[in-house]
Design a protein around this ligand. Structure first.
Ligand SMILES: NC(=O)c1ccc[n+]([C@@H]2O[C@H](COP(=O)([O-])OP(=O)(O)OC[C@H]3O[C@@H](n4cnc5c(N)ncnc54)[C@H](OP(=O)(O)O)[C@@H]3O)[C@@H](O)[C@H]2O)c1
Length: 451
């Protein structure tokens, strides 16, 4: 592994980084590597505890695992950096189900997928790194290519997935519903998960947008999602968080008017730094949409709606960008404009939603379900980053050994933007190949740093 890292590091000072990187083709692939895993034998370790009290630091381990054989259409990547996604939080607290169930189901499909069904699960759905090897049939990528990986794993053997790859019946999220994920020194991906690494970014910056940026792109911009247009008022929950930090940037880029909801003055400030002007601090303003576990408070929906109108000059949201779920969904349906769209990709606070359907049907609103992004949407989202039109939101990074701590902070909502993880990268700041483009965007790239 050291030789591989040295070859990648040689590109740092070189006048011809591509030549240095191509050298990895001649280096042997290690038999094993360090990865962040959960263990099947510990899947019941938190039984009986409230989700909030389950501690990712206890379940996530860094351990040496065997390097899997590469199959047709796959690539082995030396991972320089990855990032924490909420799905790793779910995996590490075994909620709502243990991800070993996903691996077992995947393992039943074929000889090749059986490799994934193991008593350990290498997690992680983001990666930036260097291609080490490609499997049979891969022509587009070669050893030495600097890449990022999106997390859509599809088999594409069924007609259902050939219009929109997210509709493939064998659609899975890599590193969550498959093994050999990105929080590791090496990762196995399908080659069609690979995209060019944005050349003006460091490894940890390039790795961090992947999952959330692609998800926000489909949810908000794509015709499969809310199909946002210029002038739309977009209510964005968690606007400085993983998804929200990208949704806010896309709303501003696309000429829409984001109304950002956050829970602290510091987060409100981050939204303003991205260029948003309309911000609601839900904690400071004390919104409580539930009177108790079973009863919502429509007066609070109204107060929230009035606050939005106060900020927008009387307009209601054309689009509500939803993911907190149970706690906010009733309010989201209520405040959306007549004919508006509530687009949801998650249920962080609970997946049994309640809303007053009269506000939906009488006011002709729509609820759209959205999940990750198809290959084309992920590519478009990465392209926006590569062009310097959407910027990373890395607030801090941790070394691989402290992934548990990083996931713990995301679980406790104690983070801002994205939390990066250095896998092979010994320090932050490496991997920049286009200093000129970077210089033009340095302030925007660093907006979230240190928060
Ligand atoms: N379907 C998909 O493809 C997909 C993709 C990505 C993520 N997700 C899911 O989406 C959710 C959010 O992911 P993320 O990466 O954005 O996480 P994140 O970085 O934790 O950000 C979520 C933000 O939502 C806000 N929030 C959390 N609980 C809330 C509540 N009860 N009421 C109102 N706001 C709340 C918080 O912001 P404030 O405290 O500042 O308000 C938080 O920063 C997770 O459940 C994740 O699993 C799904």
């Amino acid at each position: 592994m050291q030789d591989i890292l040295e070859a990648i590091m040689a590109a740092e000072e070189s006048s011809d980084p591509d030549r240095e990187l191509a050298g990895v083709a001649a280096l042997p692939v290690p038999d094993s590597y360090r990865g962040v895993v959960v263990r099947a034998e510990e899947a019941r370790m938190f039984d009986g505890m409230a989700a909030r009290d389950k501690d990712p630091r206890k379940a996530l381990h860094v351990q040496e695992v065997p390097t899997p054989e590469l199959g047709p259409g796959e690539a082995l990547v030396a991972v320089m950096a990855s990032a924490i996604n909420y799905n790793t939080v779910w995996t590490s607290i075994f909620e709502p189900v243990s991800t070993f169930k996903f691996l077992q189901r995947y393992g039943r499909i074929s000889e090749l997928t059986r490799r994934h069904d193991l008593p350990y699960h290498v997690v992680g759905s983001d990666a930036a790194g260097v291609v080490l090897r490609t499997g049979p049939g891969v022509t587009r990528w070669a050893p030495g290519d600097e890449v990022v990986a999106h997390c859509l794993s599809v088999e594409l053997e069924d007609a259902a997935g050939h219009d929109d790859t997210m509709l493939d019946p064998q659609q899975r999220i890599w590193g969550f519903e498959t093994n050999f994920g990105g929080l590791a020194e090496l990762a196995v991906v399908k080659a069609n998960q690979l995209m060019p690494k944005p050349r003006h970014l460091t490894w940890e910056e390039a790795a961090s947008p992947g999952l959330v940026n692609s998800t926000a792109y489909r949810q908000l911009v794509s015709h499969h999602g809310a199909n946002m247009k210029q002038g739309d008022v977009v209510l964005i929950w968690g606007a400085s968080g993983g998804l929200g930090g990208y949704a806010t940037q896309m709303a501003l880029n696309g000429g829409a008017i984001p109304v950002c909801v956050v829970s602290s003055p510091e987060k409100a400030e981050l939204c303003r730094r991205m260029g948003a002007e309309l911000v609601i601090d839900r904690a400071a303003e004390g919104f409580r949409f539930w009177k108790d576990e079973e009863t919502q408070d429509p007066d609070e929906w109204r107060r929230f709606g009035e606050r939005i109108r106060e900020l927008t000059g009387g307009e209601d949201p054309d689009i509500v960008f939803e993911h907190p779920g149970r706690e906010t969904f009733g309010a989201s349906v209520y405040v959306a404009r007549r004919g508006g769209t509530i687009v949801t990709c998650a249920s962080t606070s609970g997946y049994q939603h309640q809303f007053d359907n009269r506000y939906l049907w009488m006011h002709l609103k729509r609820i759209i379900g959205s999940h990750f992004a198809n290959y084309h949407e992920a590519w478009q989202a990465n392209r926006l980053v590569a062009l310097g039109k959407v910027h990373p939101t890395v607030s801090r990074t941790y070394p691989l050994e402290q992934t548990g701590q990083a996931a713990y902070e995301v679980h406790r909502n104690a983070h801002q933007g994205k939390v990066g993880v250095r896998c092979l990268a010994p320090t932050d700041g490496l991997g920049v190949r286009d200093g000129e483009l970077r210089a033009r965007h340095e302030d925007a790239i660093n907006r979230f740093r240190g928060h």
